[in-house]
Design a protein around this ligand. Structure first.
Ligand SMILES: [Fe+2]
Length: 266
């Protein structure tokens, strides 16, 4: 099965631009690409910072856009989100009984868990005891099948992260997150993990400057393949429009510049 991991869309109200870009236009481009090139996916998971300021108007704008996704889609909250406004516009989104936007769902024999790492008003995330207890309950009730976990904040340096690691080690096959506006792939406490670029602005990977630098590196979403116990994640540059060419074409091989590439039908 396949699904798409998309993150940090930062949708604004009234098509307000952000850092020189259109959040709404960017998300629509991603959705158009998903609908056209990934028609067989089981679902789209959006890992937070759905909107930029957490207002009802922003969530209404988001609702209009995500309605065009031709697949089931799920949303988690990031530090730019606000639970009350989100719930007002998306009242059908499941909650965990304690007011947190946490839920589970199954596809085939696979189990997917979304967690709420939002600590309202703060940039850093939090997994409090209530949220961790809820997760423990979901893990305990699961007998067999692979488990995949989603949340907004990277687990490294996340308050409650150490307890999370102890709870999910050996049980969760992969952890998907956002927040960084950068791809980060590797393992944390022995748990495989990955993030994607934002659909909008990115953080510069440069820790020598005191300014938090943004940039316009090309956005991605993750096209995730789960097959025979494997987890394969293809970062997909959905704005990429360079020329396509036949790799076995001698004319293409010998083209001195991209402009000299033969068209595909020659
Ligand atoms: Fe973000």
């Amino acid at each position: 099965m396949r699904f798409v991991h998309i993150t940090d869309m930062h949708i604004t109200a009234d098509n307000q631009p952000l850092y020189g870009l259109s959040p709404r236009g960017r998300l629509q481009r991603a959705i158009d690409c998903i609908n056209e090139e990934f028609p067989d996916i089981a679902f789209v998971m959006m890992t937070g910072d759905l909107v930029n300021r957490g207002t009802v108007d922003e969530y209404r704008a988001l609702k209009e856009i995500v309605a065009s996704i031709n697949a089931p889609h799920y949303m988690l909250l990031g530090n730019h989100d606000r639970r009350t406004a989100f719930r007002e516009v998306f009242p059908a989104t499941p909650m965990d009984g304690n007011g947190f936007v946490q839920f589970t769902f199954d596809v085939e024999d696979k189990h997917f868990i979304g967690m709420d790492s939002l600590d309202e008003g703060k940039t850093d995330g939090l997994l409090c005891q209530q949220r961790l207890d809820w997760l423990r309950g979901r893990l305990d009730e699961r007998k067999g099948g692979e488990i995949f976990l989603f949340l907004h904040h990277p687990p490294l340096r996340l308050a409650g992260g150490e307890a999370l690691a102890k709870m999910i080690f050996g049980k969760v096959r992969h952890l998907f997150f956002g927040h960084l506006h950068r791809p980060m792939h590797g393992s944390w406490q022995g748990i495989p993990m990955s993030s994607q670029f934002s659909t909008l602005h990115q953080f510069v990977y440069n820790y020598t400057t005191k300014v938090m630098l943004g940039c316009h590196e090309p956005p991605t979403f993750g096209a995730v393949n789960l097959l025979n116990g494997n987890v394969v994640i293809n970062p997909h540059h959905f704005l990429e429009e360079s020329a396509r060419f036949n790799l076995r074409s001698k004319a293409a091989m010998n083209a001195p510049t991209p402009e000299d590439l033969p068209t595909l039908d020659t």
